[in-house]
Design a binder for this molecule. Structure first.
Ligand code: ADE
Length: 231
């Protein structure tokens, strides 16, 4: 899977993909992340990528021309399955969207900045508008990093243990159960006996009960969805 990310702050995105699972995914040839500095497509000698908003008001708006030039160049090189714009007024990112995106081949992400991009870019090119939550970041780069991380780890072959993505929180609308490792007794705090029993079926049942209890207590909204009471 290939991500192309258009950004005014490429430096911010150099770190997140250079470690651990995503680094290994790239080394294995399963994931490519290409950063495209928007300023390379900027106008005039001041390399301007933003301008005042028509109609007045505080905050700058990202101009159409540099973004269009960058997107057009990339679209001439390959076909994109999704053109995503990271923005707080987008659709809230959820695991199901990540699952769907992980099956795609080429995904382009435009990172928003300032007051946002000129609406005409959204109208002409963008297929998905994604928010990572109801709060405002200073730019869309960290949202893009979260998106690539959440999607990248789902690409088949990226995780060593194929089943571990399937048992994540949210995969079946339930939170994950508690987990423990050695020592079995830490200053009198003991790991539940059942996990040491070696009885796979009982352990599986216990984990499911714990997931249900956690979901009911912490996320009644997810519990309602699990029970088929919400879309
Ligand atoms: N840009 C600024 N805030 C954002 C958010 N919450 N999600 C996605 N992109 C953003």
């Amino acid at each position: 899977m290939r991500f192309d990310i258009i950004t005014v702050l490429p430096e911010l995105l150099e770190g997140p993909f250079s470690h651990s699972i995503l680094k290994r995914a790239q080394q294995k040839g399963l994931l490519e992340v290409h950063l495209h500095p928007l300023r390379d497509y900027a106008l005039g000698k001041h390399k301007q990528v933003d301008d005042y908003a028509f109609g007045g008001g505080a905050g700058m708006v990202m101009r159409v021309e540099p973004i269009a030039a960058c997107i057009e160049q990339l679209m001439a090189e390959r076909t994109y399955d999704a053109l995503i714009y990271t923005t707080p007024d987008g659709e809230r990112l959820e695991q199901t969207t990540c699952n769907r995106l992980s099956l795609m081949e080429n995904v382009l992400i435009l990172c928003g900045h300032y007051k946002g991009v000129d609406e005409r870019i959204r109208e002409k090119y963008i297929t998905h508008e994604i928010s990572i939550g109801d709060y405002v970041l200073s730019g869309g780069e960290l949202a893009a990093a979260i998106l690539v991380d959440a999607v990248g780890r789902l690409i088949p072959g990226v995780l060593n243990d194929e089943t571990s993505a399937l048992t994540d929180s949210f995969q079946d609308d339930l939170l994950a159960p508690p987990v423990y490792t050695r020592p079995a007794d830490w200053n009198g705090m003991k790991v539940p006996d059942i996990l040491l029993s070696g009885h796979d079926k009982n352990i599986e049942d216990w984990r499911h009960e714990q997931s249900v209890a956690r979901t009911k207590a912490r996320r009644p909204d997810l519990w309602a969805r699990y029970r088929g009471e919400l879309p």
